[in-house]
Design a protein around this ligand. Structure first.
Ligand code: IMP
Ligand code: MG
Length: 189
């Protein structure tokens, strides 16, 4: 049986809460802050979160290399850079689904700071997997702290590109993963 980690209602509440806190933090900014969603996993969360931010913001997206199956590669490369680059005097809010080893957020933070020198970077994730951290990264807002090292799916989190469209986050059981492997072979690859 799959275990639901975050239901639609829980995700909605997290977005409301973080959206409210961000709105408070950003309300006096002179130039519109930029929310940057990390594709593809962070898209669902980014698109829901921005609906709960009620100060003027602009949005953009970056894409980095991703997981393959249930094992992480640890090697990060940039697949899509920012489209909006005048961010010297803007706060950037980096939004992702999960911070796991921390490599992705660490990479993106340094990449954006070095290339674009933004005013400040705020890091925001739906789920903070605290037990897996390999590199120290300061997370400013996190929706949920997961201490166990579990493989998660749904709401942007994929298995070989599948099931990002499931509207909640869950922990699949081994039987399901075997089934996904079959689906991936037959319908994706
Ligand atoms: P990190 O670089 O190890 O922190 O990994 C972050 C990225 O790996 C996230 O943006 C996720 O897209 C992906 N990821 C981390 N944990 C999971 C998981 O349990 N299932 C699917 N993708 C994951
Ligand atoms: Mg990701």
């Amino acid at each position: 049986m799959r275990e639901v980690l975050l239901s639609r209602e829980q995700i909605e509440a997290i977005c409301k809460n973080i959206g409210h806190l961000l709105s408070e933090e950003l309300k006096d900014e002179e130039r519109a802050p930029m929310v940057v969603g990390v594709m593809k996993g962070g898209l669902n969360f980014t698109l829901d979160l921005i609906k709960d931010i009620d100060v003027p913001i602009i949005t953009d997206y970056v894409q980095i290399s991703s997981y393959s199956g249930t094992s992480q590669t640890g090697i990060i490369s940039l697949k899509k850079d920012l489209s909006i680059t005048d961010i010297k005097d803007r706060v950037v809010i980096l939004v992702d689904d999960v911070v796991d080893t921390g490599y992705s957020m660490h990479y993106l933070r340094h990449f954006l700071l070095e290339k674009y020198n933004p005013k400040r970077i705020i890091i925001c994730c739906l789920i903070n997997k605290t037990s897996v951290r390999k590199i120290d990264v300061k997370i400013d807002y996190s929706g949920y702290e997961l201490k166990e090292n579990k493989f998660l799916m749904g709401y942007g989190l994929d298995y070989k590109e599948l099931f990002r469209n499931v509207p909640y986050v869950y922990i699949p059981d081994q039987e399901e993963i075997d089934e996904y492997e079959k689906t991936a072979r037959e319908k994706v690859l």
